[in-house]
Design a protein around this ligand. Structure first.
Ligand SMILES: Nc1nc2c(ncn2[C@@H]2O[C@H](COP(=O)(O)OP(=O)(O)OP(=O)(O)O)[C@@H](O)[C@H]2O)c(=O)[nH]1
Length: 406
C-alpha cells in the first residue's frame, strides 16, 4: 500500500490504521513511515525506561561474570583481554544510558541498542578463542542472547534480526577458524538458528499485537471525535431551528407563537405574585408611505431600527415581539399601567428623536401605541389584544403618534 500524505500529528486518520492491515509482514512495522513515527513517539517514555534497565542489567551481568573468568583463568593474559573487553563494553553500555537520557528518541529508533548488541557479540567470539574448554557453555550463552535480542531490544524486529544474524555468522566463522569440522559446524548452525527463529517469530507476533491494538485505539478515538463533532453539529442545528421557530427573521424579535407561550408563563407568574402585567401594541404610522417613497429595503431597515430602539429602551425582563407587518407588541411584567405608561412614552420619544439614518434626510418614524394592563377577566392573549386593537384604532383615528390607554 502507498500513502502519500505524511501526517505526523498525534492522531492520524483512522482509516490509515484499519486494525493492523497496513503492517509490513517481515518486521510488523507500519508501512506508512509517518504512522510508524507517531506510534513510536507514543511508546517512547515506556521504551526509554525499559531500555535503560536492560542496558544497566547487561552492564551488571558483564561485570559479574568477571568472577568465573578470574576463577578459571587467574591473573593470565587471557583474563586481561577478557576483562579489558568487559570494561570497555560496560563503559559503552553506560554511555548508551547517558545518551538515552539526553535523546529519548534513541529508545524507539532502535539503532543505539542494535549497535551496542553488535559490539557485545565479538566478546563471545573472543571467548571461543581464549576458552576453547568451555565452547559448549559459550554456545549456550549465545543462544540465550539470540532470544534476548528479540525480546529485550525495543520493538524494531528488523534491526534485531541483523544482530541475530551477526551473532550466528560470527560464531560459526570463529569456530570454523578455530578448526571445527564441517559436520559439527552444521550442527552448531542449526542449534544457533533455532533460538533466533523462535525469537524472531515471537517478537514479530508481539509487535503485530501492540501495533494492532494501537490502531484500534486510534480508530476508536477518531470515531469518538467524529461522533462528538456530529453531536455538536446537531445541537447547533437544533438551536438554529429553535431560533427560527421562535423569532421573526427580519428583526430577531419573538414571533407570535413564541410570544403567546411567553405571555402564558408571565401572566401566571404575575397573577401568583399579584404584580401587574402590561401589554402595549405599537403600530408604525404611515409605514406604507415609507415603503412607497424609499423602497421596501429601507422599509425593512426601518423595522429593524424600530426593533433596536424597543429592545434598548426596555428592561431585560420585558419582552418585545413582532406579529408581522409594522406591528410590535411589548410585554412588561411586574409593571402596572401607570409605570408602563412612563416606559412606553419614553420609547415613543426615542423613536421620534432618532430617525432612520443612511437615507437622504433620514426617515422619521413615529408610532401609535395602545397600552393596557391585563385584567383578571382576560383568559388569553387574544382577549387582551382585542381591547388593545380598539384603542389602537382610536389612536390612529385621533391623528397617530399618540398613546391610548385601555
Ligand atoms: N418593508 C416592509 N414593509 C412591510 C413589512 N410588512 C408589512 N409591510 C408594509 O407595511 C405597510 C402597512 O401599511 P398600512 O397597513 O396601510 O399601515 P400604514 O401605512 O402604517 O398606515 P397606518 O398604520 O394607518 O399609519 C404596507 O405597505 C406593508 O406592505 C415588512 O416586513 N417589510
Amino acid at each position: 500500500m502507498a500513502h502519500n500524505n505524511s501526517n505526523t500529528d498525534s492522531q492520524p486518520d483512522a482509516h490509515r490504521f484499519s486494525a493492523g492491515r497496513y503492517l509490513q509482514r517481515w518486521n510488523a512495522e507500519f508501512a506508512d513511515p509517518a504512522v510508524e513515527l507517531v506510534y513510536r513517539k507514543q511508546r517512547e517514555p515506556l521504551m526509554v525506561r525499559q531500555l535503560r534497565y536492560t542496558l544497566l542489567l547487561w552492564a551488571l551481568l558483564f561485570l559479574l561474570f568477571m568472577l568465573p573468568d578470574w576463577l578459571a583463568l587467574g591473573a593470565s593474559q587471557a583474563f586481561f583481554w577478557l576483562a579489558t573487553y568487559r570494561l570497555v563494553f560496560v563503559a559503552c553500555l553506560l554511555g548508551g544510558v547517558l545518551l538515552l537520557n539526553k535523546y529519548p528518541v534513541l529508545a524507539t529508533d532502535g539503532r543505539l541498542a542494535m549497535w551496542l548488541a553488535l559490539l557485545g557479540h565479538p566478546f563471545f567470539f573472543l571467548y571461543f578463542v581464549l576458552r576453547p574448554d568451555v565452547t559448549a557453555w559459550i554456545l549456550g550463552v549465545i543462544m540465550v542472547l539470540q532470544i534476548s535480542v528479540f525480546l529485550y531490544l525495543p520493538g524494531r524486529v528488523g534491526l534485531s534480526l541483523w544482530v541475530a544474524l551477526f551473532g550466528w555468522a560470527g560464531s560459526l566463522a570463529t569456530l570454523a577458524a578455530l578448526g571445527m569440522g564441517p559436520a559439527k559446524l552444521v550442527g552448531v548452525a542449526f542449534v544457533l538458528a533455532l533460538p533466533a527463529v523462535v525469537g524472531y517469530y515471537t517478537a514479530l507476533r508481539l509487535e503485530r499485537m501492540l501495533r494492532g491494538e494501537y490502531s484500534l485505539r486510534q480508530q476508536v478515538m477518531s470515531s469518538n471525535a467524529e461522533l462528538r463533532a456530529e453531536i455538536e453539529r446537531r445541537k447547533a442545528l437544533e438551536a438554529e431551528l429553535e431560533r427560527q421557530a421562535t423569532t421573526d427573521p427580519l428583526t430577531g424579535l419573538c414571533n407570535r407563537r413564541h410570544y403567546e407561550a411567553l405571555y402564558e408563563r408571565e401572566l401566571n407568574r404575575c397573577r401568583r405574585q399579584g404584580t401587574g402585567l402590561s401589554i402595549a401594541m405599537l403600530d408604525l404610522d404611515h409605514f406604507k408611505s415609507v415603503n412607497d417613497t424609499h423602497g421596501h429595503e429601507v422599509g425593512d431597515q426601518a423595522l429593524v431600527h424600530t426593533a433596536e430602539i424597543l429592545r434598548a429602551g426596555l428592561r431585560c425582563s420585558d419582552v418585545v415581539g413582532r406579529f408581522g407587518g409594522e406591528e410590535f407588541i411589548l410585554m412588561l411584567p411586574d409593571t402596572p399601567l401607570e409605570q408602563a405608561r412612563v416606559v412606553v412614552e419614553r420609547v415613543m420619544q426615542t423613536l421620534r428623536s432618532y430617525p432612520l439614518s443612511g437615507v437622504e434626510g433620514g426617515v422619521r418614524i413615529t408610532a401609535t401605541v395602545a397600552l393596557t394592563e391585563v385584567k383578571d377577566t382576560d383568559g388569553n392573549l387574544s382577549d387582551t389584544l382585542k381591547r388593545v386593537d380598539v384603542a389602537l384604532y382610536q389612536g390612529k383615528a385621533a391623528g397617530r403618534d399618540q398613546l391610548v390607554l385601555s
